[in-house]
Ligand binder design. Structure first.
Ligand code: GLA
Length: 390
């Protein structure tokens, strides 16, 4: 039983009516492409966030999290407005705000809500803990209030909550991964058409291992940098006369770069265009049953994010270099960057030596010890049963 249910009972003295768990994600490849109408290829993690909730009959939200001190925060429904909350409560409260503003009458049908949160997904590790929390809350509300939303609709609401209530101008990859990934598959998403394909992914069957390394490097000014990258991509697309950088393909890249006068815009454009190409090549190799060949694409993605998109940091670069030095077939930062996690693909026998090499390199550089996590493609959000109290 999830810790969210006993936490709920302890803090609110009643049983929750519904519970949902939503996973974090790692992106195999396709970074900073989802706000350029491009392609992404995430997998869901087995680690996630659980939300238990119930109507409370008042006009308030009461929220508690096992990871945030276990004190109950209270927010009046009428006080919900963008920027009003600056801590973890902004994510579930933002979902309530978003559903209300889109005309789904959360107030009339549900009134106030009690919400308890627990999870095993580390926050701040670039593994989408915020999207997991939004998605678990949104699925729980969908069930509680009989909203009848599809998962893509839930993803759109969760993203709108983060975008418009929290103020992080993210793309839609994280919410899609948390809701639409399936076990044993990577989710190939075209963020223009919003079409998806479940691409079978079984590294173990191919004698391979994908490890995830949380560098524990603190995110540095992530949101400002993220918004700035987003803006420069939109400006580059406008200068090139295309709706989005997705519209520049391999053949058009050279001409496009020659038309951009600004060197930074050229680098940003080159990253997005080449990253989209790398996603398509990765998907092609996986469809052909050749996961052993994707390593160089992962490593090229990292170099592009480091040199052209400039969203890496010393800890991420060191983890990638140490993993490659110890025999990884490919390695890259995953997620938004400026800290967070790295993935490294290797033959299964080399995985432990790679993890040890990364730890050793971090110790030599005086960085905090990194944490190795599980990265098997897991399922998207799922309902949890709330057992009757004994
Ligand atoms: C963050 C955002 C995603 C995506 C990645 C970079 O995780 O939430 O939408 O843009 O960064 O690929």
């Amino acid at each position: 039983m999830s810790g969210a249910v006993p936490l709920f009972r302890r803090c609110f003295g009643t049983d929750p009516q519904v519970g949902w768990r939503a996973p974090g994600r790692v992106n195999l490849i396709g970074e900073h492409t989802d706000y350029n109408d491009g392609y992404v290829l995430p997998i869901a993690l087995s680690l996630g966030v659980t939300v238990a909730l119930a109507r409370n009959g008042s006009d308030r939200l009461r929220l508690v999290s096992a990871q945030h001190g276990q004190d109950v925060a209270t927010v009046a429904l009428d006080a919900l407005e963008p920027g009003a909350l600056s801590d973890w409560t902004a994510y579930p409260a933002g979902v309530v705000w978003q559903l209300r503003r889109s005309g789904l009458d959360v107030g009339r049908h549900g009134g106030g809500l009690d919400i308890a949160v627990d999870g095993d997904l580390p926050g701040g590790a670039g593994l989408s803990s915020s999207a997991a929390l939004e998605c678990a809350a949104a699925m729980a509300l969908d069930e509680l209030l009989h909203l009848g939303l599809t998962r893509p609709q839930v993803a759109a609401h969760a993203r709108a909550a983060e975008h418009d209530f929290v103020g992080m101008p993210c793309g839609v990859m994280d919410q899609y991964a948390s809701l639409l990934c399936t076990q044993g598959h990577a989710l190939f998403l075209d963020t223009r058409t919003m079409t998806t394909e479940q691409v079978p992914l079984d590294f173990a069957a191919a004698g391979l291992h994908l490890q995830l390394i949380d560098t524990r490097a603190p995110h540095r000014l992530v949101e400002g940098h993220y918004a700035e990258r987003r803006r420069s991509c939109a400006e580059a697309a406008a200068a090139l006369g295309v709706p989005a950088l997705r519209d520049i393909d391999r053949a058009a890249l050279g001409g496009a770069l020659a038309r951009l006068s600004d060197a930074t815009a050229r680098r940003r454009t080159r990253h997005v265009v080449t990253e989209n190409i790398r996603v398509l090549e990765t998907v092609r190799l996986l469809r052909d049953g050749r996961p052993d060949r994707i390593g160089p694409l992962l490593t090229a993605s990292h170099a592009s994010l480091r040199d052209d998109y400039e969203v890496s940091c010393p800890e991420l670069d060191l983890a990638v270099d140490a993993a490659l030095g110890a025999g990884a077939l490919g390695a890259r930062m995953t997620g938004g960057g400026f800290g967070g996690s790295v993935i490294a693909l290797s033959v299964a026998e080399d995985a432990d030596a790679i993890a040890a090499a990364v730890c050793e390199a971090f110790a030599e550089h005086g960085f905090a010890a990194p944490i190795r996590l599980d990265a098997h493609p897991a399922a998207g959000a799922a309902r949890i049963t709330v057992p009757p109290r004994r």
